[in-house]
Design a protein around this ligand. Structure first.
Ligand SMILES: C[S@@+](CC[C@H](N)C(=O)[O-])C[C@H]1O[C@@H](n2cnc3c(N)ncnc32)[C@H](O)[C@@H]1O
Length: 261
């Protein structure tokens, strides 16, 4: 299976998740937007921990790109806080959630459909900040994402990225669903490697999307290779009353603050 086919499956998968009201597709409420307009707001790159305000700095009047960040969540909050926000996402249904919040609450938001490895929709040095919540797990190769992020940021700009702890992917998914942790996969994990087309079809029918673990070298070294300086890092756990599931044993997500010199 080639990368274009993976992108098509994941795009359609996220459209289906909007229809089934996956938590990462449910837009923020009117009340959240009203509070953000009054200066009371927070956004997440990972399931639980709000991004430190020091990582975001002053957002009012800044150009922010929500990268693979559809769903009517972070984009509208940052727009209500005064930023000029562009939400970029593969899924038309996810972007429709952002557009619906903008219409409902009178926000100005630009929504553009596309794939994260190719930001040719944007001129170089267009943004002050990129907000990239956990989503590169859906891309087989993330080096182009970091390179493109660096290109479209202005000098002195910031890339905030959330991503999965790769160790999550060593476990057998079916056993884990039954509450058992069985080590099964070598890292870096790929949903497509070593699987027949029939097995991939069964996986997509069950999970909607295809995922890739990536190494920490690809996540963190990939950002520094693209010219960023890492200036902040934290870890987070899964949603649910802590400690839930695998989060009882280790943090499942991480976030970086990277600066373009
Ligand atoms: C977990 S959601 C992240 C957005 C959500 N608002 C959040 O806070 O986590 C993952 C998003 O990545 C998008 N996505 C998946 N593959 C993509 C790709 N190749 N390019 C751009 N967006 C992609 C999906 O459509 C989905 O909106």
């Amino acid at each position: 299976m080639d990368a274009a086919e993976v992108r098509r499956i994941n795009q359609e998968g996220w459209d289906r998740r909007v229809a089934s009201r996956d938590i990462w597709t449910v837009p923020v409420s009117r009340e959240v937007i009203a509070a953000a307009r009054a200066g009371d707001w927070k956004v997440v790159l990972t399931p639980n921990r709000p991004v430190p305000r020091s990582w975001l700095g002053e957002v009012r009047g800044r150009d922010i790109l929500g990268l693979a960040s559809g769903g009517g969540q972070q984009g509208p909050v940052l727009a209500a806080a005064g930023a000029r926000v562009t939400v970029f996402d593969a899924s038309a249904a996810q972007l429709a959630q952002d557009e619906a919040v903008a219409r409902r609450d009178g926000l100005t938001l630009t929504c553009i459909q596309g794939f994260m490895h190719d930001l040719s929709a944007f001129a170089s040095e267009s943004f002050d900040l990129i907000f990239h919540p956990v989503s590169n797990t859906y891309a087989p190769d993330i080096a182009p994402v970091w390179r493109e992020a660096s290109r479209v940021l202005r000098p002195g700009g910031t890339l905030l990225a959330g991503f999965m702890n790769p160790i999550v992917y060593i476990f057998d998914a079916e056993a884990e669903a039954r509450g058992r942790f069985e080590v099964r996969h070598r890292l870096p994990y790929s949903d497509i490697q070593g699987r027949t087309p029939e097995e991939i079809a069964a996986l997509v029918a069950r999970d909607h999307t295809l995922e890739f673990s990536h190494t920490l070298e690809a996540q963190i070294g990939g950002q520094t290779d693209a010219g960023f300086l890492i200036a902040g890092f934290y870890e987070d756990v899964d949603l649910g009353p802590p400690p839930a599931g695998r989060s009882r044993y280790f943090p499942t997500c991480m976030a970086t603050r990277a600066l373009k010199p």
